[in-house]
Design a binder for this molecule. Structure first.
Ligand code: ACM
Ligand code: ZN
Length: 532
C-alpha cells in the first residue's frame, strides 16, 4: 500500500521500484511556467538536492534521460477532469499527465509524498526506501475542499496563514475561507471606513478558560490585514491553486464594526469591541439605509481585492431583540410588507445578494439565512440545525458546502470530535436523493479561535483532523478506510512537521477510555489547554 493522503482513486502497483535519489531532472512540455518552478521547489525540498528543468523540446531530452519527473499537459485527458492527473512511476522516472495545470500540481503533491516516504524508509512497498512502480489515476470527489480560519477572535499574521496554505496544498485542499470580521475584531483595512482598523481591530482584553469562564487575560489584543497583506496571501494561495473566500459577517456578529461606527446599530450605542465569546444582541440595524450603504461600500473594496467568485456574508446567529424594539426596523417591516424579523433578515440578505450579483459575484452564507426565504443562487454553508431548509435548498437546485458542527469544527477537543468522527463524516445528507447529490459542492472545516491564542494551538487542533477532511473531500467513499488512513498518516505528519506544523499525536487525536471521557467533560469549558 502506497502512503499517500488523500488516498488516490485508482492505484495499480507494478513490478519494480524507483530509487528516489536517482531523480534529477524535471522535464516539461513547452515553457517553464510558474507551476514548474514551484514544483521544482517542492521536489528539491523533499529530495534535498537541486533539480534541473529541461524542456521536452530540448535535444538533450530526446536522448532519453533517466531520473526524470515529467510534467505534461494533455488536452485529450478527459476522464480525470480539471483537477485530476495520471501518474506513472517507472524505474527510469515519474511522469505526470493532466488536462490542466491544477492536475499537474496535484500530481506533484502525490510525488512529494511518494518521494518523502521512500527517502525515509516508509514508502509502504516491499523495498521501503524506493518508490514502487505504480500507475495512479486520480481526481477529486468534491470540487469544494475547504478550510476556514477565524482571524477575528484571534488575529494571525501573514506568515501563519502562508504556512497553513502550504499545508492545504500538500493535502490538495482548494478553498481557504477567511473569517475576517466578528464581535471581537475587524481584521481588514477598508479605506472608506478607517475606524474599522483604528477602533474595530483592537480590544482591551480576551476571555480565557473557555466559554463559561469569567476569567480574562487583561492584555490588549489587536491586528488587521492591510490590502498589501491580503495581496501577499492571495498570491501565495493562487500559486497553490487555492481560492480565498473572504467573509464579512452581517447582520449579526458585528460588535467590532458597531464600536467603530455606532450609528449603524438600532440603539446608537456606544459599544466596545467584545472581549468575551458568545452571541451579542446588538446587530446592524436593518431599517436604516445608511447601514446598506456602509455594507455596500465595504463589499466594493472586498470585491476589488478578492478575485473569488463567491463572497461570504455570514448570516448566522443574529438575535431579533434589537430589531423588535427599533422604530426604523419596524418601519422597514411595514413598508416592505414583511411578516416578521425572520423575513427582515431575508430582505436584508437578498439586498446584499443582489448587490454582489450586480458586481458579478455570488453570495455565500451560513444556513440560518435560509430561514425567512433565500435566493437559490447563493451558496449555503451548513453547520447546525435547519437541515430541512438546507435539503429544500438543495432540492431546488441550490448549492451547499457542508461543515457539520459535530464532525468538522476543529476548535473542539478530540474527546468530543475524535479523528475518526471527522474521517467518517459524509457530507451528502442521508435524506437527499441521488439527483441532487451534485448540489453538495463539498466539505469545509472551520477553525474558530476564541481560545486559540497562538499558532501552536491552531496547529494541534487543526491537525491531524484537517488531513481526514482532505481525504473525505477527495477520495471516493468506497476507497475510504480509517485503519488504512491511520497507517498512511505518518508520512504527511512528518512533512507537516518540516513545514513547522505540529500535529496532535494519534493516541490523543483518537483518545480511548478515561482519556476520552475527561476530554469530553471539558467541552463545557472549551478549555484552551493544549492536548500535550
Ligand atoms: C457558526 O459556527 N456560528 C457558524
Ligand atoms: Zn433597527
Amino acid at each position: 500500500m502506497i502512503h499517500v493522503i488523500p488516498r488516490p482513486v485508482l492505484v495499480h502497483e507494478l513490478q519494480g521500484a524507483l530509487d528516489p535519489s536517482s531523480l534529477g531532472t524535471i522535464l516539461v512540455e513547452g515553457e517553464v511556467s510558474s507551476i514548474n518552478s514551484l514544483a521544482r521547489k517542492f521536489l528539491e525540498d523533499i529530495l534535498e538536492k537541486e533539480l534541473c528543468i529541461l524542456s521536452m523540446d530540448d535535444d538533450l531530452a530526446k536522448t532519453g534521460i533517466e531520473g526524470y519527473i515529467m510534467l505534461s499537459k494533455d488536452d485529450n485527458l478527459a476522464k480525470t477532469g480539471n483537477e485530476g492527473y495520471i501518474l506513472d512511476v517507472k524505474k527510469e522516472g515519474v511522469s505526470i499527465r493532466a488536462r490542466d495545470a491544477r492536475g499537474l500540481f496535484y500530481g506533484v503533491q502525490t510525488t512529494r509524498q511518494l518521494a518523502w516516504g521512500a527517502k525515509n524508509g516508509i514508502s509502504g512497498s516491499e523495498s521501503p526506501r524506493n518508490i514502487p512502480c505504480v500507475r495512479i489515476v486520480d481526481f477529486p470527489r468534491f470540487q469544494w475542499r475547504g478550510f476556514m480560519l477565524d482571524v477575528s477572535r484571534h488575529f494571525f499574521d501573514v506568515e501563519t496563514v502562508k504556512q497553513l496554505l502550504d499545508a492545504m496544498a500538500l493535502l490538495k485542499l482548494n478553498k481557504f475561507h477567511l473569517h475576517l470580521t466578528d464581535d471581537q475584531g475587524w481584521r481588514i483595512q477598508v479605506d472608506r471606513y478607517p475606524k474599522l482598523s483604528t477602533i474595530g481591530s483592537n480590544r482591551e482584553e480576551s476571555q480565557t478558560g473557555g466559554f463559561l469562564s469569567r476569567k480574562s487575560d487583561g492584555k490588549p489584543h489587536g491586528g488587521f490585514f492591510t490590502k498589501g497583506d491580503i495581496k501577499e496571501i492571495l498570491e501565495h494561495a493562487s500559486n497553490r491553486y487555492i481560492q480565498v473566500i473572504p467573509e464579512i459577517e452581517m447582520p449579526g456578529h458585528c460588535t467590532a464594526a458597531l464600536a467603530s461606527y455606532p450609528e449603524l446599530s438600532c440603539t446608537g450605542g456606544p459599544f466596545k469591541v467584545a472581549t468575551t465569546s458568545g452571541i451579542k444582541k446588538d446587530v446592524y440595524c436593518a431599517g436604516k439605509e445608511k447601514v446598506y450603504r456602509f455594507l455596500e461600500g465595504v463589499l466594493d473594496e472586498i470585491v476589488a481585492l478578492f478575485p473569488s467568485p463567491v463572497i461570504h456574508i455570514g448570516g448566522d446567529e443574529a438575535p431579533r431583540k434589537r430589531w423588535k424594539n427599533c422604530a426604523d426596523c419596524q418601519a422597514m417591516i411595514e413598508s416592505k410588507e414583511l411578516d416578521n424579523e425572520d423575513e427582515l433578515q431575508a430582505f436584508f440578505t437578498s439586498r446584499m445578494v443582489e448587490y454582489l450579483e450586480s458586481k458579478g459575484r455570488k453570495a455565500m452564507g451560513w444556513n440560518e439565512m435560509l430561514r425567512g426565504g433565500f435566493d437559490k443562487d447563493a451558496v449555503v454553508q451548513y453547520w447546525l440545525k435547519d437541515k430541512k431548509h438546507v435539503l429544500n435548498h438543495l432540492r431546488h437546485g441550490g448549492k451547499a458546502v457542508m461543515s457539520h458542527f459535530f464532525h468538522v469544527y476543529l476548535d473542539y477537543n478530540h474527546g468530543v470530535i475524535p479523528l475518526s468522527k471527522t474521517y467518517e463524516y459524509d457530507p451528502i445528507p442521508k435524506k437527499l436523493k441521488k439527483p441532487w447529490h451534485g448540489n453538495v459542492l463539498g466539505i469545509e472545516a472551520p477553525m474558530w479561535t476564541e481560545f486559540a491564542e497562538d499558532r501552536h494551538h491552531v496547529h494541534v487542533f487543526v491537525f491531524p483532523r484537517l488531513i481526514a477532511v482532505a481525504e473525505n473531500a477527495w477520495t471516493p467513499r468506497s476507497r475510504k478506510d480509517f485503519k488504512s488512513f491511520t497507517k498512511r498518516l505518518s508520512t504527511v505528519q512528518e512533512m507537516l512537521s518540516r513545514l513547522g506544523i505540529e500535529c496532535t499525536p494519534l493516541d490523543l487525536a483518537e483518545p480511548k477510555g478515561l482519556k476520552k471521557l475527561l476530554l469530553k467533560i471539558k467541552i463545557y469549558k472549551q478549555s484552551s489547554e493544549l492536548p500535550s
